[in-house]
Design a protein around this ligand. Structure first.
Ligand code: SF4
Length: 503
């Protein structure tokens, strides 16, 4: 831990996004004097984006909550940890006792995925809460990838990662990695990695309705009508089968259903899909041929491809394109990372391979995936009266009023809850509705290992960073809050009834 009058540089990992960039943080006492990219980090090699500087803002921000608060008629008032934890656990238990376990919902935001202790301690906490009303940011982000991985490879986390550092042909559909530095493809310094593809004679093709920063530096950019990527993928596959360019190679031994796929895509000729997608048939054919001829090639699709009406199907077809051209599990193709901590095996132990439809939402009968309902259903599950109605909510590191569909409706729904609590260090559009807010330590006050994102990294890496600053004596880490809440919820008391809706 830093001490006053001893300016030092500390090597850490930025924990804001999936790219896991190495950073040098210069500290004098408890004051951060600079944050720079760590040139000696073998994964990011000095790259950072402007967001890394936000770590200092977060650490120093006077508006960041550092003690629990309770909402009162005159605004949020500071309360003790014991009072806050007792109140949250007591009110959640009370709602479950009166209305059933599923009457308490949980919403988990994206930052929890960058916090290994949160991920681990959420498991026993959710066991203690025993609600099926679980929602998260997954369904407005990468859920189709997990579904496809479960269907194709048997586990939701077996997501093939484009080997951008060795590929000869990168086809990017609905993604902007120059800005994002990859997603489900942790690749810090993506501009440099893309330049390297071209420097070794490779090709980058972007399919996107927008002239993105990635499209700017690509060899070719195909503007596509929004939401029609599925037809382009069908057109590409149709061409490969028609021109006998399907060559899965050694993967053929592990595949079944190839004839079914041929039958499925046959009718989607480039001429037929061209008017839908807005790309001339000749260019679709040319793209299919170039992809098949490149050794190796890889197709990468992200949010623009997976978060749309046919998002899951598009994501599946992208995986099929990589498969039938022999570009799965090959250097320069789409590969599975081998992280130091095998989260796939860990989830296996917990029986969490990813399962669709074990339960359904009450109002629209939408299926759960991996134990979570779509975030878009949260508001209606709160607002629609009847057995199983959600009456209390605990949010963690999320702002769904701002980041999920129908935010205004959700805003209205949250205002009518019997009780709401948030584990968050900011009062924002969502947490302003909370009766109690429990703020965890800041991102530089806890140690860091990216349990989730090494699974999706373009190189096999392992990076651990100790906490930079000691938290205040009365501060709580996220995992401590979860442990203390879980213990209170699990304490003896009348059992909450199970709700009666569809299982
Ligand atoms: S790309 Fe992500 S990990 Fe890298 S500095 Fe920016 S926010 Fe941090």
């Amino acid at each position: 831990m830093p001490s006053h009058g001893t300016a030092r540089t500390h090597h850490r990992t930025c924990n804001i996004c999936e790219a896991m960039c190495g950073i040098d943080i210069e500290v004098d006492g408890d004051r951060i004097t600079s944050i720079r990219g760590d040139e000696r980090d073998p994964f990011s090699r000095g790259y950072i984006c402007p967001k890394a500087l936000a770590l200092q803002d977060l650490h120093e921000d006077a508006d960041r909550l550092r003690a629990p608060v309770r909402r009162t008629a005159s605004g949020f008032q500071r309360i003790s940890w014991d009072d806050a934890l007792d109140e949250v656990a007591g009110r959640l238990r009370d709602v479950q006792r009166r209305h059933g376990r599923d009457a308490v919902a949980v919403y988990l935001g994206n930052p929890r995925a960058h916090n290994y202790a949160s991920l681990l301690y959420l498991i026993p906490f959710l066991e203690a809460l025993r609600t099926r009303s679980c929602f998260s940011s997954n369904s407005v982000d990468q859920l189709p990838h997990h579904l496809v991985s479960t269907l194709l490879f048997g586990h939701q986390l077996l997501v093939p990662v484009p080997d951008v550092d060795r590929t000869s042909f990168l086809l990017i559909v609905g993604a902007n990695p120059v800005v994002s530095n990859g997603s489900l493809m942790s690749a810090p310094g993506m501009p440099r990695r893309l330049e390297a593809i071209r420097a070794r004679g490779g090709t980058i093709v972007v399919v996107d309705p927008r002239r993105t920063e990635t499209a700017e530096i690509a060899d070719r950019h195909h503007f596509i009508r929004p939401g029609t990527d599925v037809f382009l993928m069908l057109g590409l596959l149709s061409t490969l089968f028609a021109e006998r360019l399907v060559a899965p190679g050694r993967l053929g031994d592990f595949m079944n259903g190839l004839a079914d796929i041929e039958r499925l895509v046959r009718g989607f000729t480039p001429e037929r899909v061209a008017p839908r997608v807005g790309i001339p048939a000749a260019q679709i054919r040319e793209l299919a041929r170039a992809f098949a001829a490149a050794r190796p090639a890889v197709c990468y699709g992200r949010i623009g491809a997976c978060l749309q009406e046919f998002g899951a199907l598009t994501t599946w077809l992208i995986a099929v394109l990589n498969l039938v051209t022999g570009n799965l599990d090959r250097p320069g193709g789409a590969m599975f990372a081998r992280p130091a901590v095998d989260v796939v095996a860990l989830q296996d132990l917990l029986g969490q391979r990813g399962e669709l439809g074990r339960s359904r939402t009450r109002v629209r009968q939408l299926p759960a995936f991996a134990g979570e309902y779509p975030a878009a259903a949260l508001a209606e599950e709160i607002l629609t009266e009847g057995p199983g109605q959600i009456r209390a909510l605990l949010t963690m590191a999320g702002n769904p009023v701002l980041s999920t569909p129908n935010g205004r409706t959700l805003d209205r729904a949250l205002a009518g809850l019997d009780f709401m609590a948030s584990i968050d260090f900011y009062i924002n559009e969502t947490t302003r509705h909370a009766h109690v807010i429990l703020p965890p330590t800041g991102p530089l006050e806890r140690d860091h290992y990216d349990l989730a994102f090494h699974v999706f990294a373009v190189r096999n890496t392992a990076k651990y960073a100790p906490a930079l600053f000691a938290p205040a004596d009365d501060a709580r880490h996220d995992w401590q809050i979860l442990v203390e809440l879980g213990a209170r919820l699990a304490a003896p008391g009348p059992a909450a009834p199970l709700a009666g809706h569809t299982t």
